[in-house]
Design a protein around this ligand. Structure first.
Ligand code: ADE
Ligand code: ZN
Length: 351
């Protein structure tokens, strides 16, 4: 999707496209485009409940998170072999490179696949191979974050962790996704305690559809380092103060929030208010094949609908992404220097 160019904003658009970016909230299964779903279904002999690419795309009319997840899990059913996972991730990396993504921290949902009989080795090795190739051929630094499905049990999460541990060198952290309401963070407190002992980075979805209390509990009971989404924090002033003071990153996903009706229209999105409150928010794509766009599409849609966002906000959002990345100080310094150079090279005057 390409956003319409608002009058007088074309130099800002160019900067939003060109600036180097980190993407910290992307579900790789949510990057599976309908064309690839159909190609993999044909290759693997999987029967889909949709007659064509167009029919599948037409079903992408979501009313909330659960209505999306039902289709998202159906789409992932075509992934069977290591090469399928590689192909999916490689397609994402090619798009990310075009968007000037230089750092990608990629969520994957092993239970979506192992529950269908797919070996976890195929999942992890296929994705890891794409990450290494992205570094070598596209200059994208990439790592994997294993997500537990929160609608499943604590026992299932522990079993998934055990299955994944032989491949520990291929992922840097764990996250928590799927249906948020009714599945509070404390359900996974003991799993996260174990992951913490293992030295894994910790993140969790919270405050997307769920209440601000879930954000607080993700911090206090799961000890997460970042909150995925977190947009509902603004309902709780004390929580906002805490998140700002501790600079807890919020991986905000604007197109996702509109498609899943967290906000009715992009013009209603609270990203400007999050930044005004001093929060470390940044822009991400979440599930780009389902929500109408990749990272640059998210920036363009957000800045077009919210004209109070300008050049300084663009810098801050990109900078927050690098500050929040799970990377070395040397890597971050390199990316921030490239960000500064992109801004220095772009004229500040309006069109
Ligand atoms: N899995 C994929 N996308 C998700 C989202 N936006 N929220 C929760 N779980 C997800
Ligand atoms: Zn997400």
């Amino acid at each position: 999707m390409t956003a319409a160019i608002a009058p007088g904003r074309s130099s800002l658009h160019a900067l939003l496209r060109a600036m180097p970016k980190a993407e910290l909230h992307i579900h790789i299964e949510g990057s599976l485009e309908p064309e690839l779903i159909f190609a993999l279904a044909a290759r693997n002999g999987v029967k889909l409940p949709y007659a064509s690419v167009e029919a599948l795309r037409a079903a992408y009319a979501f009313t909330d998170l659960q209505s999306f997840l039902d289709i998202y899990y159906a789409g992932a059913s075509v992934l069977l072999k290591e090469d399928d996972f590689f192909a999916m991730a490689w397609a994402y990396f090619e798009r990310a490179a075009a968007d000037h993504v230089v750092r990608a921290e990629i969520f994957f949902d092993p239970q979506t696949h192992t529950d269908r009989g797919v070996n976890i080795e195929a999942v992890i090795l296929g994705l890891a191979r794409a990450c290494r190739r992205a570094e070598a051929e596209l200059g994208i630094s990439a790592d994997l974050i294993l997500c537990f499905l929160r609608h499943l049990s604590e026992e299932a999460a522990f079993a998934t962790l055990e299955q994944a541990l032989p491949y520990r060198q291929h992922f840097i952290g764990v996250g928590l996704d799927s249906s948020e309401r009714g599945h509070p963070p404390e359900k996974f407190e003991r799993v996260y305690a174990r992951c913490r002992e293992l030295g894994l980075h910790l993140v969790a979805h919270a405050g997307e559809e769920g209440p601000p209390a879930y954000i607080r509990d993700a911090l206090d009971r799961l000890h997460v380092e970042r909150i995925d989404h977190g947009v509902r924090c603004l309902e709780d002033a004390a929580l906002v103060q805490r998140l700002a003071a501790a600079r807890v990153p919020l991986t905000v996903c604007p197109l996702s929030n509109v498609k899943l009706r967290v906000f009715d229209r992009m013009a209603d999105h609270n990203l400007p208010a999050l930044l005004d409150a001093g929060l470390c928010a940044m822009v991400n794509s979440d599930d780009p094949a389902y929500f109408g766009g990749y990272l640059v599409d998210n920036y363009l849609a957000t800045f077009d609908a919210l004209p109070q966002l300008g050049r300084d906000h663009a810098y801050r959002l990109a900078r927050n992404g690098f500050d929040a990345a799970f990377a070395t100080p040397e890597q971050k310094a390199r990316w921030i220097a490239a960000l500064d150079a992109a801004f220095a090279a772009a004229p500040a005057a309006s069109d």
